[in-house]
Design a protein around this ligand. Sequence first.
Ligand SMILES: *Cc1c(COP(=O)(O)O)cnc(C)c1O
Length: 365
Amino acid sequence: MPRPILATIHLGALRHNLAAARERARGARVWAVVKANAYGHGIARVFDALRGADGFALLDLAEAQLLRELGWRGPILLLEGVFEPRDLELCSRLSLWHAVHTDAQIDWLGQHKTQAPHHVFLLMNSGMNRLGFAPGRYRGAWARLNALAQVDEITLMTHFSDADGARGIAHQVAAFEAVTRDLPGGRSLSNSAALLRHAHDAAVRADWVRPGIMVYGSAPDFPEHDLQHWGLQPGMTLAARVIGVQQLQAGDSVGYGSTFIAERPMVVGTVACGYADGYPRHAATGTPVLVDGARSRTLGRVSMDMLAVDLTALPGAGLGSEVTLWGRAASGAVLAVEEVAAAAGTIGYELLCALAPRVPVLVQD
Ligand SMILES: *Cc1c(COP(=O)(O)O)cnc(C)c1O
């Protein structure tokens, strides 16, 4: 028997979440963002569930190539654009649309010998200060692109830093609109958080939305909201089994460093999941888990291949019990990955992306 740990990818949940994104987009076209191997779910695994999107957005050229090999003939957008001039040849050959965020990319386009002209997404840095042209330089970049024979369509794009939080997006929307108001072309502004929290505004929905995390069934604005609040379903479950049981007396410790010490007699289950599976080592005592669908908590430090859970209040649990680290238990109970992430000082995105290659994956409809 293989080691009892399994990641399950729920295609029905992904379809549901994509439909939820489309409903919120109200007619705007929907990019399914599948960067980082579809947020750890596997592009090839999720492709069928997400092919109802209007396009796929990612940043790795090999992943773009994979989508073409899987038979996707619709739009693909490179969110970071090309990294060197010869990447443009692949864009021409595979008809990839690409972001343009810096002058060098415009220079490369100007020198590129292409058969078919390119569709580019011109990225404005409206306040995120990661990629893109500052507002004062944006129209100059647009004019340069517009003058190139290699370019036939320019969509206007920006990205929000605080769509999930208190600062919000109004300052960035204002910066974007002030500069782009009279420019022709489509517009694309919103990630999942903007689509969930701010898309009552048609200018925020615009022509293309770019949901990532919500498609995988995780709330970007936890703990303010969780996936149930947004009507999302977990796209991934990570589950393992109890492979050992220990009876503790008051004063006994659990795991490396003895960071947890029992104050009373306890029953501890040892679970076949550790940080080498992608479970966060920083998850402290008290991180939520489901044991046979019932909520419990981790105890002590996560080790490479195992972690400990509290079975004291679960008399039916023991060797072989199902432990859901995140996602959906066999009982139907759900543990949001963002809740587990919060207990480890990170976000659901990181845990999903970090699923380790050694974990076997089941794709379920
Ligand atoms: C990753 C990314 C997205 C998707 O973000 P989510 O928070 O996962 O919805 C959208 N746009 C850009 C430019 C991105 O890099």
